[in-house]
Design a protein around this ligand. Structure first.
Ligand code: THU
Length: 139
């Protein structure tokens, strides 16, 4: 295990504590590492109207991009029943994968899916979103 990956997973777990999920009771945290070393965290934020809800990953991207960040190395994600430890992996939804595709190189950007006991599994974005549509397709 590389130390920066452990730290990123820890940040995602801390961010998960802020999840606002009174409808699903499924709490998610994410920590996004920028190429300049900064980390932006996010949690899921639900809405009584349901559709305005936002995932933890996109919260982290929105925070980072709105602060001027455009280059990213990795994201750690952790999710599970609110109040419980995260036994299983929480794979990002399709919308979040597409947002990652907007800003990240699918061959190098790493998605770390963290679980209990500081364990994680690691995937490239291209593994999670093969043959994805990206800004390059509009050129
Ligand atoms: N959710 C995330 O925040 N990220 C994921 O990767 C999967 C799902 C949220 C959305 C919703 O608030 C709750 O988890 C249940 O779907």
């Amino acid at each position: 295990m590389e130390q920066w990956k452990d730290l990123l997973c820890q940040q995602a777990k801390i961010a998960r504590e802020h999840a606002y999920c009174p409808y699903s009771h499924f709490a998610v945290g994410a920590a996004l590492l920028c190429e300049d070393g900064k980390i932006y965290t996010g949690c899921n934020i639900e809405s009584a109207a349901y559709s305005p809800s936002i995932c933890a990953e996109r919260t982290a991207f929105a925070k980072a991009v709105s602060e001027g960040e455009k280059n990213f190395t990795a994201i750690a994600i952790v999710g599970g029943e609110q109040g419980d430890a995260c036994k299983g992996e929480c794979p990002p939804c399709g919308v979040c994968r597409q947002v990652m595709m907007e800003f990240c190189d699918p061959e190098t950007f790493l998605v770390l899916l963290a679980t209990e006991n500081n364990e994680y599994k690691e995937y490239t974005l291209s593994k999670l979103l093969p043959f994805g549509f990206s800004p390059g397709n509009l050129r």
